[in-house]
Write a protein that binds this ligand. Structure first.
Ligand SMILES: [Ca+2]
Ligand SMILES: [Ca+2]
Length: 234
Protein backbone atom coordinates (compact mmCIF):
# COMPACT_ATOMS: atom_id res chain seq x y z
CA UNK A 1 0.00 0.00 0.00
CA UNK A 2 1.33 3.41 -0.89
CA UNK A 3 1.80 6.19 1.59
CA UNK A 4 -0.14 9.33 0.74
CA UNK A 5 0.79 12.98 1.23
CA UNK A 6 -1.07 13.29 4.51
CA UNK A 7 0.70 10.24 5.84
CA UNK A 8 4.07 11.60 4.75
CA UNK A 9 3.37 14.87 6.55
CA UNK A 10 2.30 13.14 9.71
CA UNK A 11 5.19 10.72 9.59
CA UNK A 12 7.56 13.62 9.08
CA UNK A 13 6.18 15.37 12.14
CA UNK A 14 6.40 12.19 14.15
CA UNK A 15 9.95 11.52 13.01
CA UNK A 16 10.97 15.04 13.92
CA UNK A 17 9.44 14.61 17.36
CA UNK A 18 11.22 11.33 17.85
CA UNK A 19 14.63 12.50 16.71
CA UNK A 20 15.46 13.94 20.09
CA UNK A 21 18.97 13.34 21.35
CA UNK A 22 19.15 13.04 25.10
CA UNK A 23 21.72 15.26 26.74
CA UNK A 24 22.34 16.77 30.14
CA UNK A 25 21.06 15.32 33.41
CA UNK A 26 19.67 11.78 33.69
CA UNK A 27 16.07 11.50 32.43
CA UNK A 28 13.13 11.03 34.78
CA UNK A 29 10.03 8.90 34.28
CA UNK A 30 6.72 10.52 33.41
CA UNK A 31 3.39 9.44 34.85
CA UNK A 32 1.48 6.55 33.31
CA UNK A 33 -0.46 7.55 30.18
CA UNK A 34 -3.31 5.41 28.82
CA UNK A 35 -4.56 5.29 25.22
CA UNK A 36 -8.13 3.92 25.41
CA UNK A 37 -9.36 4.67 21.83
CA UNK A 38 -12.68 6.03 23.14
CA UNK A 39 -12.16 9.30 21.24
CA UNK A 40 -11.02 7.63 18.01
CA UNK A 41 -13.41 7.33 15.08
CA UNK A 42 -15.18 3.97 15.22
CA UNK A 43 -15.08 2.23 11.84
CA UNK A 44 -16.31 -1.30 12.52
CA UNK A 45 -18.72 -3.47 14.50
CA UNK A 46 -19.00 -7.19 15.20
CA UNK A 47 -18.74 -9.10 11.90
CA UNK A 48 -18.27 -5.92 9.80
CA UNK A 49 -14.63 -4.86 9.47
CA UNK A 50 -14.10 -2.56 6.45
CA UNK A 51 -10.59 -1.39 7.36
CA UNK A 52 -11.39 2.24 8.05
CA UNK A 53 -7.96 3.32 9.31
CA UNK A 54 -4.68 3.10 7.42
CA UNK A 55 -3.00 4.48 10.52
CA UNK A 56 -4.09 6.00 13.80
CA UNK A 57 -2.51 8.98 15.55
CA UNK A 58 -3.45 9.50 19.20
CA UNK A 59 -2.08 12.03 21.69
CA UNK A 60 -2.44 11.96 25.46
CA UNK A 61 -0.56 14.55 27.46
CA UNK A 62 2.93 14.94 26.01
CA UNK A 63 2.95 11.60 24.20
CA UNK A 64 1.79 10.81 20.68
CA UNK A 65 1.19 7.22 19.61
CA UNK A 66 1.16 6.24 15.94
CA UNK A 67 -0.48 2.87 15.18
CA UNK A 68 0.03 0.98 11.93
CA UNK A 69 0.22 -2.63 10.81
CA UNK A 70 3.52 -4.05 9.69
CA UNK A 71 2.31 -4.45 6.09
CA UNK A 72 0.43 -1.11 6.12
CA UNK A 73 -2.83 -3.01 5.74
CA UNK A 74 -5.86 -1.12 7.07
CA UNK A 75 -7.47 -1.90 10.39
CA UNK A 76 -10.40 -0.61 12.43
CA UNK A 77 -11.45 0.85 15.72
CA UNK A 78 -14.45 -1.24 16.67
CA UNK A 79 -17.55 -0.02 18.49
CA UNK A 80 -18.96 -2.82 20.64
CA UNK A 81 -22.04 -2.59 22.81
CA UNK A 82 -23.52 -6.11 22.82
CA UNK A 83 -21.92 -8.43 23.76
CA UNK A 84 -19.94 -5.91 25.73
CA UNK A 85 -16.28 -5.45 26.47
CA UNK A 86 -15.23 -5.23 30.11
CA UNK A 87 -16.36 -1.96 31.75
CA UNK A 88 -12.79 -0.63 31.85
CA UNK A 89 -12.58 -1.07 28.07
CA UNK A 90 -15.43 1.32 27.32
CA UNK A 91 -16.93 0.56 23.90
CA UNK A 92 -13.99 1.05 21.51
CA UNK A 93 -10.77 -0.88 20.88
CA UNK A 94 -8.27 -1.74 18.14
CA UNK A 95 -9.74 -4.24 15.68
CA UNK A 96 -7.36 -6.33 13.49
CA UNK A 97 -9.99 -8.27 11.55
CA UNK A 98 -9.80 -6.54 8.17
CA UNK A 99 -8.17 -9.00 5.80
CA UNK A 100 -8.42 -11.92 8.23
CA UNK A 101 -9.22 -14.33 5.40
CA UNK A 102 -5.77 -13.81 3.89
CA UNK A 103 -3.59 -14.64 6.89
CA UNK A 104 -0.11 -13.20 6.87
CA UNK A 105 2.62 -12.57 9.40
CA UNK A 106 0.62 -9.65 10.68
CA UNK A 107 1.22 -7.33 13.62
CA UNK A 108 0.07 -4.05 15.01
CA UNK A 109 2.90 -1.58 15.58
CA UNK A 110 2.66 1.35 17.99
CA UNK A 111 5.41 3.98 17.67
CA UNK A 112 5.79 6.70 20.28
CA UNK A 113 7.04 10.28 20.31
CA UNK A 114 9.07 9.75 23.49
CA UNK A 115 11.27 6.86 24.61
CA UNK A 116 9.36 4.45 26.85
CA UNK A 117 10.42 2.50 29.89
CA UNK A 118 7.14 0.61 30.41
CA UNK A 119 4.19 -0.57 28.37
CA UNK A 120 1.00 -2.45 29.23
CA UNK A 121 -1.60 -3.74 26.76
CA UNK A 122 -4.89 -5.55 27.20
CA UNK A 123 -6.24 -8.15 24.77
CA UNK A 124 -9.58 -9.88 24.37
CA UNK A 125 -11.66 -11.86 21.89
CA UNK A 126 -15.02 -13.53 21.61
CA UNK A 127 -13.97 -17.19 21.73
CA UNK A 128 -13.34 -19.30 18.61
CA UNK A 129 -9.61 -19.73 17.87
CA UNK A 130 -7.14 -20.34 20.72
CA UNK A 131 -5.02 -17.20 21.01
CA UNK A 132 -1.77 -16.17 22.63
CA UNK A 133 -1.16 -12.47 23.38
CA UNK A 134 2.28 -11.18 22.50
CA UNK A 135 4.27 -7.93 22.51
CA UNK A 136 7.81 -7.08 21.48
CA UNK A 137 9.67 -3.83 22.28
CA UNK A 138 12.19 -2.23 19.90
CA UNK A 139 14.69 0.58 20.27
CA UNK A 140 13.54 2.48 17.16
CA UNK A 141 10.28 3.43 15.48
CA UNK A 142 8.09 0.97 13.59
CA UNK A 143 9.51 -2.17 15.17
CA UNK A 144 13.04 -1.40 14.01
CA UNK A 145 16.39 -1.09 15.72
CA UNK A 146 17.40 -3.41 18.53
CA UNK A 147 15.04 -5.96 20.02
CA UNK A 148 14.70 -4.91 23.66
CA UNK A 149 12.38 -7.53 25.10
CA UNK A 150 9.00 -9.23 24.91
CA UNK A 151 6.10 -10.66 26.86
CA UNK A 152 3.51 -13.31 26.11
CA UNK A 153 0.44 -14.70 27.86
CA UNK A 154 -1.99 -17.47 26.91
CA UNK A 155 -5.62 -16.51 26.30
CA UNK A 156 -6.99 -19.67 24.71
CA UNK A 157 -10.65 -19.67 23.71
CA UNK A 158 -11.87 -17.43 26.53
CA UNK A 159 -14.25 -14.60 25.75
CA UNK A 160 -14.93 -10.95 26.55
CA UNK A 161 -15.72 -9.37 29.01
CA UNK A 162 -12.63 -11.11 30.30
CA UNK A 163 -9.27 -9.91 29.04
CA UNK A 164 -5.58 -10.66 29.42
CA UNK A 165 -2.96 -8.05 30.29
CA UNK A 166 0.62 -7.98 29.02
CA UNK A 167 3.24 -5.65 30.43
CA UNK A 168 6.91 -5.04 29.81
CA UNK A 169 9.46 -3.10 31.85
CA UNK A 170 12.68 -2.16 30.07
CA UNK A 171 15.93 -3.08 31.84
CA UNK A 172 17.66 -0.28 33.71
CA UNK A 173 19.19 2.36 31.42
CA UNK A 174 17.25 1.03 28.43
CA UNK A 175 14.17 2.36 26.68
CA UNK A 176 12.16 1.61 23.57
CA UNK A 177 10.39 3.65 20.90
CA UNK A 178 7.95 1.11 19.47
CA UNK A 179 6.01 -2.02 20.30
CA UNK A 180 4.81 -4.74 17.96
CA UNK A 181 1.85 -6.69 19.29
CA UNK A 182 -0.90 -9.11 18.40
CA UNK A 183 -3.04 -11.92 19.68
CA UNK A 184 -2.53 -14.89 17.43
CA UNK A 185 -3.38 -18.54 16.98
CA UNK A 186 -2.18 -21.36 14.78
CA UNK A 187 -4.65 -20.31 12.10
CA UNK A 188 -4.81 -16.49 12.40
CA UNK A 189 -1.80 -14.23 12.90
CA UNK A 190 -3.62 -11.20 14.34
CA UNK A 191 -7.02 -11.91 15.80
CA UNK A 192 -7.54 -10.28 19.19
CA UNK A 193 -8.93 -6.87 20.11
CA UNK A 194 -6.48 -4.57 21.93
CA UNK A 195 -7.21 -1.70 24.29
CA UNK A 196 -5.86 0.45 27.12
CA UNK A 197 -2.30 0.80 25.90
CA UNK A 198 -0.56 2.29 28.94
CA UNK A 199 2.97 3.68 28.78
CA UNK A 200 5.56 5.37 30.93
CA UNK A 201 7.99 7.56 29.04
CA UNK A 202 11.26 9.25 29.78
CA UNK A 203 10.90 12.96 30.40
CA UNK A 204 13.33 14.77 28.12
CA UNK A 205 15.56 16.93 30.35
CA UNK A 206 16.14 20.60 29.67
CA UNK A 207 18.13 21.70 27.92
CA UNK A 208 17.88 18.97 25.33
CA UNK A 209 19.37 19.08 21.90
CA UNK A 210 17.35 17.91 18.96
CA UNK A 211 18.24 16.76 15.51
CA UNK A 212 15.85 16.10 12.70
CA UNK A 213 15.98 12.78 10.89
CA UNK A 214 15.31 12.88 7.19
CA UNK A 215 11.81 11.92 6.23
CA UNK A 216 13.19 9.61 3.58
CA UNK A 217 15.15 7.71 6.18
CA UNK A 218 12.05 7.39 8.29
CA UNK A 219 9.91 6.16 5.42
CA UNK A 220 12.60 3.71 4.46
CA UNK A 221 12.56 2.46 7.99
CA UNK A 222 8.84 1.77 7.98
CA UNK A 223 9.21 -0.41 4.91
CA UNK A 224 11.56 -2.78 6.62
CA UNK A 225 10.21 -5.55 8.72
CA UNK A 226 11.70 -7.28 11.66
CA UNK A 227 11.82 -11.02 11.68
CA UNK A 228 12.09 -11.51 15.41
CA UNK A 229 9.01 -13.26 16.75
CA UNK A 230 7.60 -14.27 20.04
CA UNK A 231 7.68 -17.93 20.83
CA UNK A 232 4.22 -19.41 20.74
CA UNK A 233 3.17 -20.82 24.07
CA UNK A 234 1.34 -24.07 23.94
CA1 LIG B 1 -11.50 1.47 24.96
CA1 LIG C 1 -8.75 -14.81 17.96
Amino acid sequence: MGIGGTQVTRLAALCMGMAIVLTGSPPARADLVVFDFEECAATSERFVHPGGHEFLECSVGMITMFVTRNDWAPFDVIEVTQPAFAPQWGTRALDPWFGWETPTDNWFIASFSLPLTYVRLQFTDFGQDSDTACLMAYSSLFGLGDFIGDATAPWGTASSPGFVTLEYNAPADESFMSVMFRGYSTVLSNSMYVDNIAVESIIIPEPASASVLGVGLCLLAVRRRKSHRCILQS
